[in-house]
Design a protein around this ligand. Structure first.
Ligand SMILES: Cc1cc2nc3c(=O)[nH]c(=O)nc-3n(C[C@H](O)[C@H](O)[C@H](O)COP(=O)(O)OP(=O)(O)OC[C@H]3O[C@@H](n4cnc5c(N)ncnc54)[C@H](O)[C@@H]3O)c2cc1C
Length: 554
């Protein structure tokens, strides 16, 4: 199986991603990649579909009469061999649809390489049948009712999500897990989401393990998987129905004819021009953890060129804040995300630090003018971290909250290499870190008074995490927000059909995962942990059902 190396641990991957992120961002294919060639070719073609209304990032669809003879034909064409694409292909194959999957990279897998947890609800067989297996770490709790989950999700997205899409997700989420389970996937951990009525499954082998089950199933059902084969444009008939795609197969521009097409190319987080356009500020300063993936915006651009419309392209999936250049889950990283006193460059406190896990502080941080903020600790905190369990903001499921006896030494190493700032006084610390001295002094004075009184009357932090920061020496960590990927693509409806500006389905076109929108209406909410891959699995799976109905004329 040509899948991503299953021995590549998430930690290795993340470290590598952090180290290579800058290079990858610079060399990202972006608008000059393979797909753009089709755009340029079609932009100059007098016989291509009408370009009048297409946004300028669109890769214009090719009219079927211009596509040439098909080199391959199938019922169902899947573009993108990541989480949603492989799930869709496997399920389509199981439904008896002749299916081809095109993958741009030389390996399949996409974001599965980073995925840890996938959302599930109590109605899935795994949560019912594996809970008592002593080999499965079970820290889950029963999920809420479908009504609870639906309401929670809609509330967290300001009731702006497509109601039918959310409802179908809630009602059908168990099916993709049942499919994986029936094809050999097994959980290693069942765990609750932070504060939502949902649960998560960590499969054996994590995201890659689940992905390999999908790919094996797809292969068993006869899906043809073609790697190093980027789709470059959609192909439409005279009525605007999507009837296949152009792709570079064996370095030759080829028409793959299909009765229905599913697009799941993973968003645009490697397309610097789209980032600057839709989420300015997320590019240069914030870290990306998927910088090695081919998230060039191809799918979104191709669908826009076939009549699709943008959903909320300004949304992203935040990751945790950390110190630039410091590897995750090392002592400095752990200390940096403990919920002590988080301030910005002018010394203003940012919020309830106990919620400094992922999305909340990401959103606060990304609003700062320079996207930078600081965590301030003192020597008492260092001693606490060396001897007591961390208050950990549990950024990673696998990160250990155990005390770090060597913390003081590690911080000194950080001071020496410049990743940690130190001062014997607040003034000295502020100057070393580049924080406004008077602003920080004022904030610390007020914060320490609240800590001594045992009540955070400002942001209501849990008293168990409210410690005075007043014992020299002081340390500061300069944090920058990080993010995994973009979150939304083109508008889809509850049947995973891509819709046009009038809200009508574009016949034959389905989109899922990070290429689709109308599910998330806010940055990813980590209270809904695992919801991102869960959504990808769902869109892929459900689209295959709906495409089969379409193909059969139902
Ligand atoms: C480091 C990391 C950790 C994560 N952890 C979690 C987690 O624990 N829980 C969770 O729920 N979510 C998590 N996510 C998010 C989740 O993995 C993604 O939201 C989801 O998997 C996206 O699925 P997708 O199918 O849309 O994209 P992907 O899985 O990335 O697949 C897209 C595929 O399309 C291919 N492609 C691109 N362009 C073309 C083209 N022109 N032609 C053909 N193929 C193309 C790409 O190469 C890629 O293989 C994480 C993401 C990352 C990066």
């Amino acid at each position: 199986m040509e899948a991503i190396n299953k021995h590549m641990s998430r930690r290795t991957f993340l470290t590598g991603a952090a180290l290579t992120g800058a290079t990858a961002a610079v060399s990202a294919t972006g608008l000059v990649g393979c797909a753009a060639k089709a755009s340029e070719a079609n932009d100059t073609s007098t016989t291509s579909a009408d370009t009048e209304q297409a946004p300028n990032i669109a890769i214009q669809a090719v009219k079927v009469g211009e596509a040439g003879e098909p080199v391959r034909e199938c019922d169902y064409l899947v573009i993108g061999g990541g989480n949603c694409g492989m799930m869709s292909a496997a399920h389509a194959g199981s439904l008896g649809l002749s299916t081809i999957l095109l993958e741009k990279s030389s390996v399949t897998g996409g974001s599965s390489v980073g995925t840890e947890v996938t959302m599930a609800f109590s109605d899935c067989k795994i949560l019912q049948e594996c809970v008592d297996d002593p080999n499965v770490v079970n820290v889950s709790r029963p999920s809420g009712s479908p009504a609870d989950i639906y309401t929670y999700f809609m509330m967290h997205n300001s009731w702006e999500s497509d109601a039918e899409l959310v409802s179908n997700y809630v009602l059908n989420n168990h099916r993709q897990h049942d499919f994986l389970y029936e094809h050999g996937a097994y959980p290693m951990m069942l765990l609750p989401s932070l504060d939502s009525p949902a649960c998560g499954i960590m499969y054996e082998g994590q995201g890659i393990g689940a992905f390999e089950i999908m790919q094996k199933a797809a292969e068993e059902y006869g899906v043809e998987i073609i790697t190093s084969a980027p789709a470059t444009a959609l192909v439409v008939d005279d009525e605007g129905a999507v009837v296949g795609a152009m792709a570079e197969i064996d370095k030759t521009e080829s028409y793959v004819k299909a009765k229905a097409v599913f697009v799941g190319t993973g968003g645009f987080s490697n397309n610097t021009e789209m980032i600057d356009r839709y989420i300015p500020g997320y590019g240069a300063m914030a870290w990306k953890n998927d910088a090695h993936l081919a998230h060039d915006g191809d799918g979104i651009r191709m669908m826009l060129g076939a009549g699709a419309v943008e959903s909320d392209l300004s949304l992203a999936q935040p990751s945790a804040s950390s110190v630039e250049g410091v590897t995750w889950d090392t002592p400095i990283d752990k200390a940096a995300r403990e919920p002590y006193l988080w301030v910005n460059s002018i010394g203003r406190r940012l919020g309830n630090e106990k919620w400094s896990v992922m999305d909340t502080m990401f959103k606060v941080g990304i609003k700062e003018n320079d996207h930078i903020y600081f965590n301030i600790i003192d020597s008492a905190a260092v001693e606490r971290m060396a001897t007591q369990p961390l208050m950990t903001n549990a950024r990673t499921v696998l990160g250990s909250p155990d005390p770090v006896p060597e913390m003081a030494d590690e911080l000194e190493k950080g001071v020496a290499d410049g990743s940690v700032f130190k001062g014997e006084t607040i003034e000295e610390l502020a100057e070393a870190a580049g924080i406004d001295v008077e602003g920080l002094k004022k904030t610390m004075s007020a914060y320490n008074e609240m800590a001594k009184a045992g009540e955070d009357t400002e942001f209501f932090k849990d008293p168990a995490a409210l410690f005075a920061v007043d014992q020299p020496p002081f340390y500061a960590f300069r944090l920058i927000p990080s993010w995994y990927s973009t979150l939304c693509g083109v508008k889809i409806n509850g049947k995973i059909q891509v819709v046009n500006a009038e809200g009508k389905p574009i016949p034959g076109l389905y989109a899922g995962g990070l290429d689709s929108g109308e599910f998330f209406k806010d940055n990813y909410n980590h209270g809904f942990s695992g919801g991102c891959s869960g959504y990808s699995y769902f869109t892929g799976f459900f689209a295959a059902d709906k495409a089969k109905e379409y193909i059969e004329g139902k």
